[in-house]
Design a protein around this ligand. Structure first.
Ligand SMILES: [Zn+2]
Length: 333
């Protein structure tokens, strides 16, 4: 066997180098948060990846808020990510990361925050609108006006999971109907939040609502709806594969999960499973940048370092799949 392979040594080497080639083309980031002045903490917050090991264990005698405050103030890793010193620094860092890495980002945030991002970085931002039933008192009709008046290209991030609202909750139906009618996609958060987030920032978050099977009712009722599952419903991989298989219009974004777990685990048990099941044409890159702009380049690096992805597959994840999902070329005409 060794001798046989030896005959094709050059070819094999060429193939290997092509497979490991770093993608340097344009990138679409489907998952970037546009934050406002009040979202930037007055003191720098440190953050360690992977998130799954950030708080390796927790003793219930401790106060959960104190534990997290301490982790942010004194991150327990060698090279923590640090939040910007102020809003201006935040905007400058985001702009420089997007430009340097040739990224066009779908920005999720309030209308006002997204408007600021779009005005400062017109060529790097596609406008989205974040939404949560109950928290945001925007009727479907008001949503229509907001979309049309602000050139909104996508309804997302829809963060209902943080409000204990399932994707198939009938309260969402008027918004799905609107999206279908206007032919704009929706991007729905399904997946892991920070460990213990229900004891801290988001008391209504439910992990069980990450299961993407709940989307089946939605895709049956709204067959023309274009849906992206943000964070690819991590970690419900088998359920996700069921959904990708049966609903070929369904897309996913990686949404930061690349740094949620040790990358070997992410590669082997998540990305490789989705790719090897045959769904490489529907995975879209997403950094989930919130207040740490370095997440943009960090996320790009993790995908580029994936040991089993060919250059073509990287190009699909970084750009082609999202361009198709967003109908980018058609929209530019
Ligand atoms: Zn999310």
């Amino acid at each position: 066997m060794i001798i046989l392979f030896g005959c094709n040594n050059d070819e094999a080497r060429q193939k290997a180098s092509l497979e490991s080639e770093t993608y340097e083309g344009p990138i679409i980031d489907m998952h970037l948060h546009a934050d406002g002045k009040d979202d930037i903490p007055p003191v720098k917050m440190g953050f360690c990846t992977p998130v799954s090991t950030m708080l390796p264990y927790y003793d219930t005698r401790q106060d959960f808020n104190d534990v997290w405050d301490d982790l942010f103030a004194n991150p327990r890793c060698d090279n923590p990510f640090w939040s910007p010193k102020n809003y201006e620094d935040y905007i400058n860092q985001v702009e420089s990361k997007l430009t340097k890495n040739k990224v066009i980002a779908v920005a999720s945030g309030s209308i006002e925050n997204v408007r600021v991002f779009k005005s400062i970085m017109p060529n790097n931002i596609i406008s989205g609108i974040q939404f949560r039933v109950g928290r945001d008192s925007i009727s479907a009709e008001q949503m229509r006006t907001l979309i049309l008046e602000n050139d909104i290209k996508i309804i997302g991030e829809i963060s209902n999971q943080y409000g204990n609202i399932a994707p198939n909750d009938p309260r969402m139906f008027p918004y799905y109907k609107l999206a279908e009618e206007l032919d704009i996609p929706v991007a729905i958060h399904l997946g892991s939040g920070l460990p213990g987030i229900m004891y801290y920032w988001e008391p209504e978050y439910r992990a069980k609502l990450s299961n993407p099977l709940a989307l089946e009712d939605v895709l049956r009722k709204f067959p023309k709806l274009r849906v992206s599952i943000m964070h690819y419903a991590d970690p419900f991989i088998d359920e996700l594969i069921t959904m990708l298989y049966h609903y070929p219009q369904l897309y996913i974004d990686l949404g930061g999960i690349q740094w949620n777990y040790p990358k070997e685990y992410f590669y082997e048990y998540h990305l490789k499973k989705i790719i090897s099941a045959g769904f490489g044409k529907r995975i879209m890159f997403g950094s989930d940048m919130i207040i740490w702009p370095d997440f943009i380049s960090h996320s790009i690096e993790i995908i580029n370092e994936t040991p089993f992805l060919s250059y073509e597959q990287k190009a699909d994840i970084f750009y082609n799949n999202a361009a198709r999902f967003l109908r980018l070329e058609e929209n530019e005409k």
